[in-house]
Design a protein around this ligand. Structure first.
Ligand SMILES: Cc1cc2nc3c(=O)[nH]c(=O)nc-3n(C[C@H](O)[C@H](O)[C@H](O)COP(=O)(O)OP(=O)(O)OC[C@H]3O[C@@H](n4cnc5c(N)ncnc54)[C@H](O)[C@@H]3O)c2cc1C
Length: 302
């Protein structure tokens, strides 16, 4: 990321919410479940799978966590009713991880159970490093209780991820591999883009060595090439590629046309702000977009 972008990332929280909402619209299906349904229907028609995320994280009350869990059951009903080729992605802080770990486990178990009844799958997103231990522990608890339709995420940026993989290797986990979006200190996380890329490739090698199902989540062309070279030995249904809604859509279509299975992450809901900030951080055009939007506002056109 260039120096100018770093400066804008720090300023992003100061950007008016209406501007953030407008700039981040391509990354979010919309406020309602109906928006996610139609987005996923269109993706499926284009040969792409989806994972649906109910926006909402860092809840502070058990009631909010219950509401998000109930929204996931509605999503699972919609997947079944529409016959969508989709699963769900959940953020444990949205299910109350920071409020009450046992209650979070209970809600996650409910969502995973409802998904199993509809023969679908739950991916537990990985959040910042304060959540890593609890997330992996809850994953193990679910797997040891016999739930196989659940998977995790490993972040290449975290120095601990190879060790985390070794610790769950006995479960042959389904793992989404990504760079990691959360800002973490150098003591626990690689900072340089090339270090993160090297760690990503090392993790993919370790996943393949462990016989895990890999879901390679990146839009980085260099990493895609390195990953595809390694995945070539697997059958077409032995792995998947993943991308975010609104990012590199033309490249996603090319990969599908080339015969790869590709899943798009489709967030929807009214709690769009935190997710939107993270996506804008990663948009290479963000600095000029934010500058233009702010300028337009200053001259009264915003
Ligand atoms: C399906 C999926 C699920 C994810 N789940 C998690 C998770 O659970 N936990 C977590 O920490 N992180 C998650 N991430 C985010 C991930 O960690 C990275 O932060 C993100 O994917 C950007 O890294 P990249 O590998 O795409 O490379 P980058 O170098 O960031 O991007 C490569 C190129 O993609 C394009 N691009 C990337 N982002 C944008 C954008 N927002 N707008 C426009 N263009 C863009 C640009 O052309 C850029 O040069 C997920 C990512 C994906 C794809």
């Amino acid at each position: 990321m260039r120096i100018l972008d770093h400066a804008v990332v720090r300023l992003l929280p100061l950007v008016p919410r209406a501007v953030v909402q407008r700039l981040s619209a391509p990354y979010i299906a919309g406020p309602e479940l109906a928006d996610a349904r139609s987005t996923v229907g269109a993706l499926n028609a284009a040969g792409q799978m989806a994972t649906i995320d109910v926006l909402g994280e860092e809840v502070t009350r058990v009631e909010e966590a219950e509401t998000i869990a109930a929204a996931y059951v509605d999503v699972l009903d919609a997947i079944g009713a529409d016959g969508l080729d989709a699963n769900v992605s959940v953020k444990l802080t949205g299910l109350g991880l920071k409020v009450d770990v046992d209650h979070c486990h209970h809600l996650l178990e409910r969502v995973v159970g409802e998904a199993a009844r509809r023969s679908t799958f739950v991916r537990i997103d990985m959040e910042d490093s304060t959540c890593t231990d609890d997330t992996l522990a809850l994953y193990r608890r679910l797997r040891e209780a016999g739930n196989d339709n659940v998977g995790i995420v490993l972040q290449a940026a975290l120095r601990r991820s190879l060790a985390d993989l070794a610790a769950v290797r006995d479960l042959r986990p389904s793992v989404r591999l990504c760079k990691g979006i959360y800002v973490e200190p150098p003591s626990i996380a690689f900072q340089e883009p090339d270090e993160i890329r090297r760690a990503f490739v090392a993790l993919l090698d370790a996943l393949l060595d462990a016989g895990c199902y890999p879901a390679v989540a990146t839009h980085d062309e260099w990493l895609l090439a390195e990953s595809l070279a390694r995945l070539a030995a697997l059958p077409a249904d032995g792995y998947e590629l993943q991308m975010l809604l609104g990012v590199r859509e033309a490249r996603a279509a090319e990969l599908v046309a080339a015969g790869h299975r590709l899943r798009v992450y489709v967030p929807f809901g009214r709690r769009w702000y935190e997710y939107s900030l993270r996506r804008l951080q990663e948009n290479p055009q963000m600095a000029s977009m934010v500058a233009r939007a702010t300028l337009a506002r200053l001259v009264g056109r915003g």
